[in-house]
Design a protein around this ligand. Structure first.
Ligand code: KG4
Ligand code: ZN
Length: 347
C-alpha cells in the first residue's frame, strides 16, 4: 500500500502545504505574505493572522492538485519548531485537528532538519554520510547527516545568520525586505571585486556575521572610503545616498561575493576535517546564484559530489516537511496529540 503524507509548513511568513506519495512530491503549494514588505521584516502578529486566512485554501489546493482525497492520506506532518510561535501554532493546531478528525497519525517535523532533507526530494540523492550547509534567514549551520533520521550540527553562527547578513545590509542600502533576492539580482550587473569588507576571525567551523555587518555600516557612512569608523571621512546623508545610488550594482556584487566566500571557506574546512565528499546546500540563501555556481566550481576542484535542492525547495516550503514526514513515517516516529510547537528546538 502506498504511503501519502500531507504536510503543513507555517514557521514564518509562508503558508504551505504539500502531498508526498512514496517519497515523491506530488504537490507543493505556497502562499506568500506580501503584508510584511513595507515593515522591512516579518511582523509576527500579522504573519499569524495571514496563516489563519491562508491555511484552509492552501491545504485544499495542495490536495486537489495532487488529485488526493483526505481519506487516502496516511499521516499528517507539520512544522513543530523552530519558528515564530504564533505562526507555528496555526499550522500545529490545524494538523492536530485534522489528525484527530481523520483518526490518522501525526508527525512533528524540525524545520531545519527538513531544510536539510529537501536534498532527498530530487531523483538524484546524496549518499550518506553527507554534509549540508544550511543557510536561511534565521540559521547558518553545517550539518553532518548520517541518515534521514540521524544528523548533528557541527558548526553554526554565533550571531547573525547568512540570510540576516543579506537582509540587514540590504536594508542599509534602502532595499525592501527580504533583501537577499534583490542583492542577488543587482549583483549580476556589478563587479564582485570592487569593494572588500571585514572578514570574520572565527576559527573552527562556526560562523560570525556581526563584524561584517558593522564594517559594511561604516563603509556606507564613509561613502566607501573606510571599513572602520573615522570621523574625518564621515559623509553627509546626501553623499551616502549618492554613493549608494551610483555604486549599487558593485556594492551588491562585492557584498554577495564576500558572504559567499565566508560560507564556502567553512564548508571546505568541514569537508577536510570530516573527510566527507558528499556536499549539499539547503535553506533560503541556497537560492543565491553565486553560492550555487561557486559550490559547483569548488566541488569540481575538490572532487566533491554536490547537491542543491531545486529552487522552489530552497526557501520555506511544505515539500521538505512532507519528505521528512515520509522518512519519519518509515521510522515509526509519530507524535501524540499533546505535542506543542516550540519557537526554539533541540536537535
Ligand atoms: O529558509 P528561508 O526561506 O526562511 C527561513 O527559514 O529563514 O530563508 C529566507 C532567507 C532570507 O534571508 C532571504 O533574504 C534569503 O533567504 N534569500 C536569499 C535569496 N533568496 C532568498 N539570499 C540571497 N540570495 C537569494 N537569491
Ligand atoms: Zn526556513
Amino acid at each position: 500500500m502506498s504511503i501519502s503524507i500531507l504536510a503543513i509548513e507555517s514557521s514564518c511568513d509562508d503558508t504551505s502545504a504539500s502531498v508526498c506519495t512514496d517519497g515523491v512530491i506530488v504537490s507543493n503549494y505556497i502562499a506568500n505574505q506580501s503584508v510584511h514588505e513595507k515593515y522591512g521584516g516579518v511582523v509576527p502578529e500579522l504573519a499569524s493572522r495571514a496563516h489563519m486566512q491562508n491555511i484552509v485554501p492552501v491545504v485544499d489546493v495542495a490536495l486537489s492538485s495532487a488529485n488526493c482525497q483526505l481519506s487516502s492520506i496516511s499521516a499528517i506532518a507539520f512544522t513543530q519548531s523552530p519558528g515564530l510561535i504564533g505562526s507555528l501554532l496555526v499550522g500545529a493546531q490545524f494538523a492536530k485537528s485534522l489528525a484527530l478528525a481523520l483518526n490518522k497519525p501525526l508527525i512533528a517535523v524540525h524545520h531545519m532538519q527538513a531544510h536539510v532533507l529537501a536534498n532527498l526530494i530530487a531523483e538524484e540523492k546524496p549518499g550518506f554520510p553527507f554534509l549540508c550547509l544550511t543557510v536561511s534567514g534565521g540559521h547558518t549551520q553545517i550539518v553532518l547527516v548520517e541518515s534521514p533520521v540521524k544528523m548533528k550540527v557541527i558548526g553554526e553562527t554565533l550571531d547573525d545568520a547568512a540570510g540576516e547578513a543579506f537582509d540587514k545590509t540590504a536594508k542599509l542600502l534602502g532595499l525592501p525586505y527580504p533583501g537577499g533576492p534583490l542583492i542577488d539580482k543587482y549583483a549580476q550587473l556589478g563587479d564582485p571585486n570592487r569593494f572588500k569588507f571585514a572578514e570574520p576571525k572565527i576559527t573552527g567551523l562556526d560562523f560570525s556575521f556581526s563584524g561584517f555587518k558593522t564594517s559594511f555600516l561604516y563603509f556606507l557612512k564613509n561613502a566607501g572610503k573606510s571599513l572602520v569608523y573615522k570621523e574625518e571621512f564621515t559623509a553627509t546623508d546626501e553623499e551616502q545616498q549618492n554613493f549608494i545610488k551610483e555604486n549599487m550594482y558593485d556594492i551588491c556584487a562585492s557584498l554577495q561575493h564576500s558572504i559567499v566566500a565566508i560560507l564556502l571557506s567553512k564548508l571546505k574546512k568541514a569537508a577536510k576535517d570530516t573527510g566527507i565528499k558528499n556536499i549539499c546546500l539547503a535553506g533560503g540563501v541556497s537560492a543565491n546564484s553565486e553560492l550555487r555556481i561557486s559550490l559547483q566550481q569548488i566541488g569540481e576542484k575538490q572532487g566533491w559530489e554536490t547537491f542543491i535542492p531545486a529552487f522552489q525547495y530552497c526557501t520555506d516550503n511544505a515539500a521538505m516537511i512532507a519528505i521528512t514526514g515520509y522518512y519519519k513515517y518509515l521510522n515509526n516516529d509519530f507524535a501524540d496529540l499533546s505535542v506543542v510547537p516550540g519557537a526554539r528546538a533541540e536537535w
